[in-house]
Ligand binder design. Structure first.
Ligand code: PLP
Length: 372
């Protein structure tokens, strides 16, 4: 699905030099490069505060912790997402309330959020799934009206531009807090685990800086219960180099997506990813919908022929056993249920060659034509 080896070869001299520099000074934790990367990311995203942390799941957890919610408070999220988004809600003793997604963008259906709001609703966590933004205009308007916080799960959409009346802003900088993951396969990935939290709110930033560091702002004086969540220097060094190339990486992904779009347009039962008007799709995944084509059989056929393809996500959160006790289990989410039977993601990355695209597309055509 991704080719991180070829990508590394392209930046090897820079990366090796940076990592060697850290080994030679042994500043593994909180080295100067962590602050440098933080500043670079703040300016790239146009946010006041970036707080690096250990992974994207921690980022979401810490953002929710900073809101100071109490057990039983409700958090609205989509069910059609990676489990981390919803898992941290339950982990903190909060109640996940699942809202269906939009059939075209795969993101939370803003038109269905207000119905799910109760006096206990304290936050909305939209997910910019596969690299495209949820309808943040509407979500922010609803949040303002009901006085709830918005935490953007930007793990799949870092670098995406969201179009507003006053020009483009970056996804993750629109809500009260934005979260991302630097898992190696993400659009901005490191060589291990990493994550970050973004905000323009000084108070939330101060609180989250404390939480990532055992609840202390002065060493050994712990004001609040926190955790230990750091981005190490080696990861920050890799990310600093890769952030400078992020826009170029996004362009490469968009070119692959253009090719797939064009190729797949010949098949009636294939719906290529719909590019919404609100944001620039950064194609963390290239996810098509198959209608009247046996998705699981295509997935298996491709695997047999050496072409990876993935179902993100086969079981939505509301059907996961872990939520059975939260009263959020098997909620009626028809679009989510439909999409989980239709979606299939194809390989997409920054180093894809025409030969690979031809190989993948050839096998897709063989399968569909043999069925017809
Ligand atoms: C990857 C991902 C996360 C979690 O990131 P980790 O760094 O793996 O903890 C959270 N939400 C979404 C939507 C993701 O894709």
């Amino acid at each position: 699905m991704v080719d991180l080896v070829s990508q590394y070869q392209e930046i090897k001299p820079e990366v090796d030099k940076a990592i060697t520099g850290i080994l030679e000074t042994a500043q593994f934790i909180n080295g100067p490069v962590v602050k440098e990367f933080q500043a670079d990311l703040e300016s790239y995203l146009g946010v006041k505060h970036v707080i690096p942390c250990a992974n994207g799941t921690d980022a979401l957890q810490i953002a929710l912790m900073a809101l100071g919610l109490k057990p039983g408070d409700e958090v609205i999220t989509p069910s059609f997402t990676f489990i981390a988004t919803t898992e941290v809600v339950a982990l903190l003793g909060l109640k996940p309330v699942f809202v269906d997604v939009d059939e075209e963008t795969f993101c939370i259906d803003a038109g269905k959020i207000e119905n799910a709001i109760t006096p206990n609703t304290k936050a909305i966590v939209p997910v910019h799934l596969y690299g495209q933004a949820a309808n943040m205009d509407e979500i922010m308007a609803i949040a303002k009206k009901h006085n709830v916080a918005v935490i953007e799960d930007n793990a799949q959409a870092i670098g995406s531009d969201y179009h507003t009346e006053n020009g483009d802003v970056k996804t993750g900088s629109i809500g009260h807090v934005g979260c991302t993951s630097f898992f190696p396969s993400k659009n901005l990935g490191c060589y291990g685990d990493g994550g970050a939290i973004f905000t323009n709110d000084d108070e939330l930033a101060a609180q989250m800086r404390k939480i990532v560091n055992h609840g202390q702002s002065k060493r050994y004086y712990h004001e609040t219960v926190g955790c230990n969540s750091r981005l190490d220097s080696i990861q920050a060094a890799v990310l600093k180099i890769k952030l400078a190339k992020l826009d170029q990486y996004i362009d490469a992904r968009r070119k692959v997506a253009d090719y797939y779009d064009n190729f797949l347009s010949q098949f009636e039962g294939v719906i290529a990813p719909v590019r919404g008007e609100k944001s620039r799709h950064v194609f963390h995944q290239y996810t098509m919908r198959l209608i009247g084509i046996d998705r699981n059989a295509l997935n298996a056929y491709l695997a047999d022929n050496g072409v990876p393809s993935m179902i993100y996500y086969p079981v939505p959160a509301h059907k996961q056993e872990m939520f059975a006790e939260f009263g959020s289990y098997a909620t009626d989410l028809p679009v989510t249920d439909l999409l989980t039977t239709q979606v299939l993601s194809l390989p997409i990355h920054t180093e894809m060659e025409q030969e690979q695209l031809d190989f993948i597309c050839g096998h897709i055509a063989d399968f569909i034509n043999a069925q017809a």
